[in-house]
Design a protein around this ligand. Structure first.
Ligand code: WT7
Length: 669
């Protein structure tokens, strides 16, 4: 494919003209104003040195950044600090011990618990003492496999306090997934619970831990020595004497005094596993000083956090990086008051999230586009029953937010007054990298806008040259940043190969992007989600976005399926809005043709789907990422592959059944 075709076709053809200026009042009192961009650009390292003053350093650092051995960065060289002290104790010492740190909401309706910073300090100290008692020492790895209960935050902070890197494994993952992560990072202790509540029922965790421990032990090289179990559901659990210990037996009685030790700025804080396109999961390593500076600064800047008055809620599970950076470390380092919720958004009713927003007066709300589109599908009547007038800032993360969902979020949830910050970042980046600032940037639906102050990003072509405004290509990060991953756990070579080899001396994020005429960035999804139709590179995101801009479409997923004539052909899977069809009615062929024409009109004939299949659900991981691989299997009439990471494993059956009964259509045109 020639260079010009490549650029021309990656360049997004969407025309989105809506602009939303920051509200005047918010702009006037915003934490970050426009001049900060220039300040940071003038001296990036001085800017990051200044942001480090947000933290308490037991010993000040000598050098902001050591980049003498790229891609292995050292930030705040020589500095020493304790992450848990920074997230908890110092707020108590500053006189804010009575401030609520966590408004915890369990899924069962009457199950709530508020923890102030002073109470959190007590709990973290007790847990740190109990872990020490169980043999955990600085440098030891601890695996955490828990539901969304306060103890998961306490456990993470207790590990951080001891300098024992944690690896939190999402509670929806299988015993195998847990075992492979425990083995990879060599964790000797697992912290878990009997179970948690999801979708109105107790869902067990301990059996998976038992199975995982057996698998780990069978390898002969490692064994899990202790399993610390929180009692949450009260269901009966299997018990291995000598290995298993109840949390309430060892933590509740432990001393609430614990002196935090200061660790080197580059001391490992945690490992978070994320799936690669091939092979075993990658253990992303984050370290202490840079990570805390990066997450706390961006949490304060992007959400304009006012810790005295805001009530912040990030709906992510703690098992993902969002739960680490923007539920635990960033917000707590900032002394924020936040909501954490155990359960699913539709339990016991579809308005549960909005009910919680009303009850706690949530002011800043951070969620994922997939959730927003689900609420769109259910209809505006549901959130409209609740008082959401305290909200002032809305955030989005995880995938490109299509303009229709953005505008719906802004209007229906934000009452038309709240800026939407579309935040681009990755497990690897640790911190938000590209996002509007709510008091500065006029938002454009669908664009993550510009790199934050102190961050350098570029969109480049195949040769690594910047494409310039109006062009499309690959997103790269051209300068190191504080919360960047330091390596892949135990695999420096894979770290170099995966992120630093595609383009010389820069970090390749794996995402396609374009720059519009103003130089603002539009993310186009992972480059492995890019299709090639008749030599044109088309972004799945762009076509999905066109489909959901049709009033009858709630959600869409697009894949490229092999095609004899065009190389790949566009195959779309759509969920219709509940109002689009009478219940039980099948999608008429005319509607499918209408949708195909709609894509043609929005993007061009080249993007017109060969096939559109109306489906009841889309296959998603628990973090909400559409598993396009499975849809490609369907589109290419293959047996559906491995479904173990699906949130709901029955979805693929539903999809296949619907397609066999003929709700799919296309033509040759
Ligand atoms: C990938 C990283 C960052 C926490 C959650 C996901 C996609 C993320 C956006 C956004 C467009 C986005 C990218 C990125 N992504 N946020 N605002 N706009 N795409 O973390 O699992 O490491 O996934 O998510 O493709 O590379 P992750």
């Amino acid at each position: 494919m020639s260079e010009s075709t490549n650029q021309e076709s990656l360049a997004n053809l969407l025309h989105e003209e809506r602009r939303f200026e920051p509200p005047a009042e918010l702009a006037a009192s915003a934490n970050v104003k426009a001049e900060v961009y220039e300040e940071a650009a003038a001296d990036r390292l001085a800017f990051w040195a200044k942001q480090a003053e947000r933290l308490h350093w037991e010993q000040p650092f000598d050098e902001v950044l050591d980049w003498s051995d790229p891609p292995f960065a050292k930030w705040y060289v020589g500095g020493r600090l304790n992450a848990a002290y920074n997230c908890v104790d110092r707020h108590v010492e500053a006189g804010n011990g009575d401030r609520v740190a966590l408004h915890w909401v369990g899924e069962p309706d009457d199950d709530t618990r508020d923890l102030t910073y002073a109470q959190l300090q007590t709990e973290v100290c007790k847990a740190a003492n109990a872990l020490t008692e169980l043999g955990v020492k600085t440098g030891d790895r601890v695996a955490i496999y828990m539901p969304m209960v306060p103890e998961v935050v306490i456990a993470m902070l207790a590990c951080a306090r001891l300098g024992a890197p944690h690896t939190v494994v999402f509670g929806g993952f299988s015993a195998d997934a847990l075992a492979s992560r425990v083995t990879d990072c060599g964790a000797k202790v697992v912290i878990t619970a009997d179970g948690g509540y999801r979708r109105g029922a107790a869902s067990s965790l301990k059996p998976a831990v038992d199975e995982a421990c057996e698998k780990v032990g069978a390898s002969g090289e490692l064994s899990v020595e202790k399993v610390l179990v929180v009692r949450r559901t009260g269901e009966e659990v299997g018990w291995t004497e000598g290995r298993d210990v109840w949390w309430h037996d060892v933590v509740d009685g432990a001393s609430s005094e614990h002196a935090p030790e200061a660790f080197d700025s580059e001391h490992p804080l945690y490992v978070m596993y994320t799936s690669g396109t091939t092979g075993k999961p990658k253990g992303i390593l984050h370290t202490t000083g840079g990570y805390l500076v990066g997450t706390s600064y961006t949490h304060w800047a992007v959400f304009d956090l006012k810790p005295e008055t805001d009530v912040y809620w990030c709906t992510a599970d703690v098992g993902w990086v969002t739960g680490h950076s923007y539920m635990v470390y960033g917000p707590l380092a900032n002394g924020a008051t936040q909501v954490i919720y155990e359960g699913t958004p539709d339990t016991p009713h579809k308005g549960r999230w909005w009910e919680i927003c009303e009850k706690y007066g949530v002011t800043i709300f951070y969620t994922a586009p997939t959730a927003i589109r689900t609420f769109m599908k259910q209809g505006a009547e549901i959130p409209q029953k609740f008082d959401l007038s305290k909200l002032r800032i809305l955030g989005s993360v995880g995938e490109p937010i299509n303009p229709e969902a953005y505008v719906w979020y802004r209007e229906t949830i934000g009452g038309g007054r709240c800026p939407v910050v579309d935040t681009w970042w990755q497990t690897e980046t640790g911190q938000i990298m590209i996002s509007p600032l709510p008091g500065v940037t006029a938002g454009k639906p669908g664009s993550a806008m510009t790199p934050l102050p102190g961050i350098s990003a570029e969109v480049v072509n195949d040769e690594g040259q910047p494409v310039g405004n109006g062009g499309g290509g690959y997103l790269v990060l051209t300068e190191p940043w504080p919360a960047m991953l330091r390596t892949l756990w135990g695999d420096d070579q894979r770290f170099k190969d995966t992120y630093w080899s595609r383009f010389k001396d820069v970090y390749f994020a794996g995402d396609g992007a374009k720059l519009d005429d103003d130089g603002d960035i539009w993310l186009l999804g992972r480059v492995d989600d890019v299709m090639n139709v008749s030599g044109h590179r088309l972004s799945t995101t762009e076509i999905e976005s066109a489909l959901v801009s049709h009033p009858k479409v709630a959600e869409a997923a697009v894949v490229g399926a092999k095609d004899e004539t065009t190389g790949q052909a566009v195959c779309a899977f759509v969920i219709l809005r509940e109002s689009a069809l009478e219940s039980g009615e099948e999608a008429p062929d005319s509607l499918i043709q209408e949708l195909r024409k709609h894509v043609q009109k929005e993007i061009g004939a080249i993007a017109k789907p060969r096939q559109i299949m109306v489906v009841p659900e889309l296959p998603k991981t628990r973090s909400g990422k559409i598993m396009r691989r499975l849809l490609r299997d369907v589109a290419e009439h293959r047996e559906v592959g491995d479904v173990t990471t699906l949130a709901d494993s029955t979805v693929m059956d539903l999809i296949s059944k619907g397609i066999d009964s003929g709700s799919s259509s296309g033509d040759e045109g």
